[in-house]
Design a protein around this ligand. Sequence first.
Ligand code: SF4
Ligand code: SF4
Length: 670
Amino acid sequence: MLTTWEKAIFVLLILATAGAFWVPIVRRLRIIGAGAAEDRFNDFWKRFRHALVKVLCQRCTLRGERFFTGLMHVGIFYGALSFDTMTVSHTLEGFIDGFYLFGKSNFGLFFSLVIDVAAFTVMAGVIFLAFRRFVVRPKAYATTPGDSAIIYLLIALATATFLYFEGFSIAHHPETARLSFLGSWIAGAIGKSGLGAEAIATHFRIAWWAHVVAVYGFIAYVPHSKYLHMFAGPFNVFFRRSTPSGELAAVDLEKSEVFGVEKLTDFTWKDNLDAFACMECGRCQDACPAFASGKPLSPKMIMFNMEKALLAGDKALTAKKRDDLPELVPGTFTEGEIWTCTTCGACQKECPVEIEHIRKIVGARRSRVLMQSKFPQELNAFFRNMETNSNPWGIGFSKRAEWGETLEVRHIKDVPDADYLFWVGCMGAYDDAGKTIAGSLVKILRAAGIKFGTLGIEEKCCGDSARRLGNEYLFQSLAQENIALFKTYGIKKIVTICPHGYNTLKHEYPKLLDLVPGLTAEDKAKLLAIEVVSHSELIHDLIGADKIALKAPAPANYTFHDPCYLGRHNGLTKEPRAVLCSALGGKPKELKRHGDDSFCCGAGGGLMWTEESLGTRINHLRTDEVIASGAGLAAAACPFCLTMLRDGLKDKGREDIKVKDIAQIVAEYL
Ligand code: SF4
Ligand code: SF4
C-alpha cells in the first residue's frame, strides 16, 4: 500500500526503532555479563515450566493484595501480546497490499475479534493504572512518574490509532471487517458522516502511519524505561533461586579476596539482572516491616538505586575497573538501609519477578564487617560475646547447661540410643522465656517416650544472627565447632525450638561441609543425612501418632503469630496451627497478616541485638495486630518472637494478653 518513497521512509523508521530498542538492551546485557559468576542453569525444564506458567497465568501480578490492579495488568498484558501480533501484520501490510497475517482462515476471523477486545481491555487497563498512579498516588508508586506517563500515553495512542486505522480500513475495504466489532462500528459512523471515498482513502493512509509511529515509538521507548521488565522479568523468574528463601550462600573465606559486596563489581550477574527486572511496583515496600515502621529502608529503593548505580558505572563495570567505582555503602546503599533489614523475606515473597533483596543487603553488611570494620557500635559487644562465650550476652559458656539441671537433662553422650539431639540454642539456654520453652519441650519429649540428649556446655550459638549481621567469619567458626560435635556424637536427628536455629542447621550447615577441614567423604555423607525438625513439626507428628495425649480442649480465644523463619522461609504454617487446634480447640483468630504473609516481630536478621532507635518499633506494629484480633492469648513458635510480642504488649499496657510458645501450651495440656 505504500509508495516507493514511503517504503524507504518506513525502512528507515524500522532501523531507527531497532537501534533505539537494542542499544539500551545491549548496554544492560553487558552490565549483567560483567557480574560475578553464579550457576543458575540447573533444572532447566523445571525453571522453564515455572517461568512459562507464571507469566502466562500472570501469577506474578494476579494476587490477593492488589487483585484489581493485577486484573488490569492481565488485560494490558494479553492486549499487548495481541497488538504485538497485529504489529507484524500491520508492518507487512505496508509492503504487501491487503496483507493480513492470518489470511482468510477461521483463526484470522477469531483474531479480528480478539484484537478488538484487546483494544478495549488495554484502554481500560491504562485508564485504571493512570488513575491509580496519578490521582490515588500510593507511596509504592512514587518513583519515575514520567516513565509511566510516557508509556501510558504511548499505549493509549497505539490503541487509539489502531481503532482509527481499523475504522477507515473497513470503510475503505469493507471485506476487511471480519469480526471486528469496534472497527465496524467506527466504519459505520464514518459511512454516516458523508466522507467521500477519496477522503476515506487519505484517512486510511494517515491512520496507518499514525499507528505505525505510535507502536514503533512504544517499542523504542520500552527498554529505556522501567517497562524493560516485560523482557527482563520472565528471564529473572527463569533464573530464580532454587534454594530456600531463608538460606544464605556460603562464602569460601580461604579462597575469596573480597568478602561480601564492597563495590558493584562484587554483585553476581543474577543480582544485576534483578536490578533490571524491577518494575518499581512497590509491592516489596508495602510488605516491608522496616519501611512500615519508618526506618530508612525500602527494598524497592534498594533495587531502584542499584539499577541507577549500575547504569552510571557501566563503563567501569564492563572494563572491570574496580578501583573506579565507589564503595557500595554509602555510594549506592546507606548505612540506615543495610542495618535495618530483619531478613524477614516479605519483600522477596511479594516480588512478582522474584527479586532477591536479602542477599544484597547481607552482602553489603558482610563487606562492612569483614573488609571495613564499619558496623553499628552495639555490635562490638555482640561479636565479642560470641567470640568469647559463644552466646550473644557473653554469659559464661559453662553456664549453658544450667537451665536443664533441675530437669536432669542429659548430655547426648550419656544417651547412646537417643532418638534426637535437642538443639537448645542460646535463647533456650540463657533467656528466661526461652528456658520455659526448652523445659516444655523436655516435658513433651518425655511424655512421648522420645529419648534425647543435648550438647550441654559444648553447644555453641548456631550463628544465625552473626551471619545475618555480616560476620561470616564468626558464623563459620561457630558452625564448624558445632558440626564437629555432630560428627563426634554421630548425630542423626535434631529437634530445635528456634526457627532461626532450624533454618541454619537444616539449610546452611550442609552447604558448609566442603569448607570444613578434615571431613572425609563418609563424614560428609553422614552429616548431610542429619534430619533437622522444628518443635512445631515434631509435636504435630507426636499428636498425629497418638504418642502424647492432650486434655480435652476448652474453647480458647487465641491467635497465632507466624515466625518469619518458620512460616515464610520454611513453609511451616499448618503444623503449628494443627498443634494449637489439638491443644486449645477451634481455630486461631488470624492476625491481619498471617501465614506466609506474616509480619515480622522485628528480631530477625540479628536485629534482636541492635538498638531500634529509628521510627516506630516493629514489635509495636505487630502487637497492635494482636490487640486488634481480640485474642486473649497470642501463641508463637519462636523464642525471639515470644520476647518481642511480650515486650510489645507490655509497652502497650496489655499484659493481660498472654504470650506463649506452642510447646508451653502443649505441655500445659498434657
Ligand atoms: S527482608 Fe524484610 S525487612 Fe528486609 S527489606 Fe525485605 S521486607 Fe524489608
Ligand atoms: S523489587 Fe519486586 S516487588 Fe519490589 S518494586 Fe521491584 S518488582 Fe516490585
